[in-house]
Design a binder for this molecule. Structure first.
Ligand code: CA
Length: 595
């Protein structure tokens, strides 16, 4: 209640404040409008008409004031005047929404998110503009996160069944959403029948025969022993755990519940083929490969070989399959994995608290921050092309393993929003982790990073199938969100939700953003301002970033861009970014798209 009252009061004060600014601006704007009207193109006229209409509406309600400054114009909260037709291409350059099903939407009131819950929220995802979903593991597992698989051909009962999954695929198809699933093959669960059989095999004695009749009951012939990496005695390298069978140890790069698979084993490769075929036949559009750097304990060449095997086989079934791998390391290392032929490797250079997006926004006082950001984007693009001409960047800035952005920007709303804009204006496929569109909190232990999607607030929030709210992982600590639930943010035009929706929309209006290559960087005297030129099939597009907290005026003529027109913009404070006489006025932390 107190929170609500303070909010109401703040809203009222804000309204009074913005209205005064509006009034302050009226006289000059109208003067400007009439002075510039003659030379304006149709598009400019349209934009300014919108501004004018707003001002007149305000004027009817109040009385003017003549104490005004030019910069006050940008403080106006106006309608967005640049909306274009959607131009969504059906290719591998997509905007993905990462879903952790457990915490997403509960359809049956048990407090655990499920497949039917996701199916019922596809319109939400689609209306935000996403045309891809990365679904975190759905196969049977005894952990809440399900990154240790017990059966590769089923759906975990907590999530539903294969019929529910088919229904989800059908519903995605109807909306043009492609769905990729986590394919966890670095390791299985220690409860997987392969591993249990292997342990059993280790406890038996060798039959000594060439033709064994004992099969799994023979240490020499049990086929599953070589699916894993067993060692007699504990090796002095790597991460090994005792089997408690004689002196046998097994490799587990992550935990003792996750024995590493031996991806060189040919029989295992045949199993993997049939698993891939099973899910591709089911209708999935691709795979996200977990922990690919650990396939062979950091041995890049062998890891790349295993990725090539997965990539080649899945594309032999369907060339449109999209493969993206997690290689969580620095750029110079992960970029070499593009040699495998997979479409994408997650862009860990730009993501997480220590990545370029966060670093850029957390060092905006550094005078060269904008220039450095553009140069880093260009380096990533050329690095990818060097290793695979058709490689596609896969940018993100948070995921289920990282702290959420609200925390690492110390709840600076402008930076939380602009991080979204920077990510969504990047080349390639872009990924957004569920709940980031609301600025959800979550840091510290992993469970906190995977908190219930914040659909609504109120007494009925948990385990009520009407609200869909989930209970979240058991070990989760209390996670307090600073920004409102979806219900609240939908009603606030300045919310993170509306910023993200606009950013995805701009991406969907301009195919050059995802598909273009950066061909040049346009510098400014103040290097906290930067502009890149991307080209796609001969069409240029310009993206301008203002990393200052000031309103800036850019003279396009000086940059030889007098013909360029604003295609859209992202404004953290809702102020209109506009163009007058080939000069653009950009609000603090604004991003502008020009063509
Ligand atoms: Ca449920």
């Amino acid at each position: 209640m107190i929170k609500e009252c303070v909010k109401d009061k703040k809203r009222k004060l804000w309204r009074i404040f913005t209205r005064s600014l509006t009034l302050l601006s009226i006289v000059l704007i109208i003067t400007l409008l009439s002075a510039c009207h003659k030379n304006m193109s149709n598009e400019k006229e349209e934009v300014l008409e919108t501004i004018k209409t707003e001002i007149i509406t305000e004027k009817e309600e109040d009385v003017g004031n003549d104490d005004i400054k030019l910069d006050d114009i940008t403080e106006l909260r106006l309608e967005y005047p640049y909306e274009k037709e959607l131009n969504i291409m059906d290719d591998k350059y997509r905007t993905y929404y990462e879903v952790f099903l457990y915490s997403f939407y509960d359809s049956d009131g048990d407090g655990i998110g499920d497949l039917n819950g996701l199916s019922s929220k596809l319109d939400y995802i689609s209306e935000l503009g996403f045309n891809g979903i990365w679904l975190m593991p759905i196969m049977p597992s005894s952990t809440y996160h399900k990154y240790d698989v017990e059966n590769y051909y089923e759906v975990d009962k907590e999530y539903g069944n294969l019929e529910d999954f088919k229904k989800l695929i059908e519903e995605c198809d109807k909306r043009g959403i492609k769905i990729i699933i986590d394919f966890v093959v670095n390791h299985s669960s220690n409860l997987h029948p392969w591993f249990l059989s292997a342990l059993n095999g280790l406890s038996t004695s060798a039959c000594g025969q060439e033709l064994c009749i004992h099969q799994e009951g023979c240490i020499t012939h049990n086929p599953y022993i070589d699916y894993y990496n067993f060692s007699k005695g504990k090796p002095n390298h790597g991460s090994y755990y005792p089997t408690h069978v004689d002196d046998w140890y097994y490799e587990g790069a992550f935990t003792s519940n996750m024995p590493d698979l031996n991806l060189d084993n040919l029989a295992l490769r045949e199993e993997l083929k049939s698993i891939m075929k099973f899910w591709i036949d089911m209708g999935v559009d691709g795979f996200r490969l977990d922990a690919a750097m650990h396939f062979f304990n950091g041995e890049s060449k062998r890891n790349i070989g295993a990725l090539a095997f997965i990539n080649d086989y899945s594309k032999s079934l369907n060339p449109d399959i999209y493969i993206v791998a997690e290689i969580w390391t620095n750029f110079s290392k992960y970029v070499t994995y593009y040699e495998s032929g997979i479409d994408s490797v997650f862009n860990f250079a730009f993501a997480t608290e220590s990545g370029i997006i966060a670093k850029t926004l957390n060092s905006v006082n550094n005078k060269s921050v904008g220039k450095a950001f553009s140069e880093a984007m260009m380096q990533v693009e050329s690095g990818i092309k060097k290793n695979n001409e058709s490689g596609i960047d896969a940018s993100f800035f948070t995921n289920h393993d990282t702290a959420r952005a609200a925390g690492y920007f110390n709840n600076n709303l402008d930076k939380i929003k602009m991080a979204q804009g920077m990510n969504l204006m990047m080349s390639g496929s872009t990924f957004v982790y569920y709940g980031e569109e609301l600025g959800m909190s979550g840091s510290g232990r992993d469970e906190n990073k995977r908190a219930p999607m914040y659909w609504s607030d109120g007494e009925d929030k948990i385990g009520n199938s009407a609200s869909g709210m989930t209970i979240g992982p058991k070990e989760m600590e209390e996670v307090i969100h600073k920004y409102g639930s979806l219900n609240e943010q939908v009603d606030d035009p300045l919310s993170i939700y509306h910023y993200v929706k606009r950013a995805v929309r701009i991406r969907n209006e301009n195919p050059e953003i995802a598909r273009g290559n950066i061909t040049s960087i346009i510098g400014f005297e103040d290097n906290r301002i930067t502009m890149i030129k991307k080209e796609y099939e001969g069409d240029p597009i310009y993206i301008l970033y203002n990393f200052t907290d000031q309103v800036i005026h850019i003279n396009l003529k000086e940059k030889g861009l007098e013909e360029a027109k604003i295609q859209g913009y992202l404004s953290v404070n809702g102020a209109t970014i506009y163009e007058l006489e080939s000069s653009i006025t950009v609000s603090p932390y604004g991003i502008v798209i020009l063509k």
